[in-house]
Design a protein around this ligand. Structure first.
Ligand code: GSH
Length: 213
């Protein structure tokens, strides 16, 4: 198995956490997003969308981090990323999708580059944009977590789920873009608790072979 990623990609970071939680090692291929390697024909042949992550599972390439993580969960059921009843799983998926579908696309490199090139935004303008949309989304996550305080220590109970796998990389991005997390104690606490687990710690961008941190 070969995982195409980039150290700072939060979508690839999700997959690295997922693989580590399952105790599975994938060969890694590094796609330098800042240099534009994702736009090269050679990578588009892997993923026509020109985005990481992509996972070559031996002749077939899986894309989209949530699809990869659900595939991983189906093929390696323990520990479960989506435990509980159908309703529990829907709630976990919804939390993950707030991050993966409603926050992350707005802070993606190609969107930020477009803000710079087409709308003349400087770094401060781009950061303001990211702070607005990441802040809004994580505030919704905080509100959801506030309603589940009797559970824990993770987002949805005693074990890390797809929700935590998405939350931790999103907090990494929030910190990168200077999002104020002061009013989000539950998000910060879960981020801290997860970060102490080896699977999360080892997946951190700073620990990757292609890291430039
Ligand atoms: N929804 C996709 C998002 C993938 C994505 O946007 N990846 C980013 C890195 S986090 C990327 O490759 N960006 C390259 C670019 O914007 O040119 C997923 O969850 O896998």
């Amino acid at each position: 198995m070969r995982l195409y990623g980039y150290f700072r990609s939060s979508a690839a970071y999700r997959c690295r956490i997922g693989f580590a939680l399952k105790g599975i090692t994938a060969e890694e291929a590094f796609v330098h997003l800042r240099k534009g390697d994702q736009k090269a024909a050679s990578f588009r042949a892997v993923n026509p969308q020109g985005l990481v992550p992509a996972l070559d599972v031996g002749g077939r390439v899986l894309t989209q981090s949530l699809a990869i993580l659900e595939w991983l969960d189906e093929t390696h059921p323990r520990p479960a990323f989506l435990p509980g009843s159908a309703e529990d799983r829907a709630e976990i998926r919804a939390f993950a999708q707030i991050i993966a579908c409603d926050i992350h696309p707005l802070q993606n490199l190609r969107v930020l580059d477009y803000l710079r090139s087409e709308y003349g935004q400087d770094q401060a303008g781009v950061e303001k944009w990211c702070q607005r949309w990441i802040g809004d989304g994580l505030a919704a996550c905080e509100a959801i977590l506030a309603g589940r305080e009797q559970e824990g220590p993770y987002c949805f109970g005693a074990t890390p789920t797809l929700a935590d796998i998405c939350l931790v990389p999103q907090v990494f991005s929030a910190e990168r873009f200077g999002v104020d997390l002061e009013a989000m104690p539950r998000v910060r606490k879960i981020h801290r608790i997860c970060s102490e687990l080896p699977a999360f710690a080892g997946a951190h961008p700073a620990k990757q072979p292609d890291s430039e941190a």
